[in-house]
Design a protein around this ligand. Structure first.
Ligand code: NAP
Length: 290
């Protein structure tokens, strides 16, 4: 990244840590939309977006993307780029963001820049699954009056997050059941030493659970399942908002159910920032190769 001029726009401590990482890799980094006191040596805070964008070949937008109206997510509130800011975005620049909306996609394209939405890349999601799984375990340990060792843990979905969580809980001595719809995921769960249950068996499996971790971004924990969940059970929903749980029904049944978004940034912002920095570097290298 030596000498590459790079702008970081918005975000929270995770993006500030990514800026530190990228400056450490030799990039010339300007940051807009973060408190200057948080930024490390070698990273320049600027007060206007156009100062960050002027001459930048690589722009790093927030992991959490936009607000649906083209404004960038930042912990202090949405950030809007005005016409002068957009005019500073160079044709041929590479604009990276966790996930974009149509307004932002159109604006970037209108400037002749390229857009990469990195949040669903495998490298990002797999590295990110580590602080996510540790954050989920941390939440469970804070709430439970039993150890995870020996407890019955249900994991819904065996994608990038579910797989890491299953390994972590298994290593802690939990009795892990994986519920998944795909036969290959059930096979992988068994290979990992977990009990594997097809989605149709969820209601029965839920009846014996101490903790349910959901990673499925679809309404899987509906009333029919929740009615079978024992009162002692804790539900931690990791899927992106609105999650996969009928929270109103869970509350009516007196169940403890929590939606837990953004765990990497909350639980391990330094690690999560380094993950973002590594992914930005990987995308940059791929773009240089053409
Ligand atoms: P992923 O790799 O795509 O895994 C998702 C899993 O859900 C897969 O097993 C998938 O199975 C299953 N699934 C999807 N739709 C389903 C449906 N309608 N019915 C049954 N199973 C379904 O995603 P990931 O990277 O693990 O992320 C999982 C979720 O966590 C996402 O919503 C992501 O945004 C969120 N996330 C949250 C945090 C946090 O801090 N809370 C951090 C990272 C990610 P198939 O392969 O069969 O589709």
């Amino acid at each position: 990244m030596r000498g590459v001029q790079l702008a970081v726009l918005g975000g929270d401590r995770r993006e500030a840590e990514a800026a530190r990482y990228l400056a450490g890799r030799g990039a010339r980094v300007r940051v807009w939309g973060q408190p200057a006191a948080r930024l490390s040596d070698g990273v320049q805070a600027v007060s206007r977006a156009q100062e960050a964008l002027a001459g930048a070949r690589l722009i790093v937008g927030p992991v959490r993307g936009t607000d649906g109206a083209g404004r960038l997510w930042s912990e202090a509130g949405p950030l809007e780029l005005d016409e002068m800011d957009w005019a500073s975005l160079a044709a041929g620049a590479l604009f990276l963001i966790g996930v974009a909306d149509t307004t932002l996609r159109d604006r970037v394209a209108a400037q002749g820049a390229s857009l990469v939405e990195y949040r669903d890349r495998d490298d990002f999601a797999i590295w990110n699954s580590v602080p996510t799984a540790e954050g989920a375990v941390f939440m469970a340990l804070k709430e439970l009056d039993i150890t995870l060792h020996g407890s019955s843990c249900l994991i819904l979905g065996l994608g990038r997050t579910g797989t890491t969580l299953a390994r972590l809980l298994g290593a802690m001595g939990a009795r892990v059941t994986v519920v998944a719809r795909r036969s290959s995921h059930l096979a992988r769960a068994e290979e990992m030493g977990c009990r594997a249950v097809p989605l149709e068996g969820l209601e029965e499996a839920a009846a014996g659970a101490d903790v349910i971790f959901n990673t499925v971004p679809a309404p899987v924990l509906h009333a029919g399942v929740l009615r079978r969940v024992p009162p002692r059970c804790l539900i931690i929903d990791l899927a992106s908002a609105p999650g996969g749980t009928d929270f109103a029904c869970a509350a009516a049944l007196g169940l403890r159910a929590t939606l837990a978004p953004g765990l990497p940034g909350i639980k391990a912002p330094v690690t999560a920032g380094a993950v973002l920095g590594r992914v930005v570097e990987a995308i940059w290298r791929e773009s240089e190769k053409g």
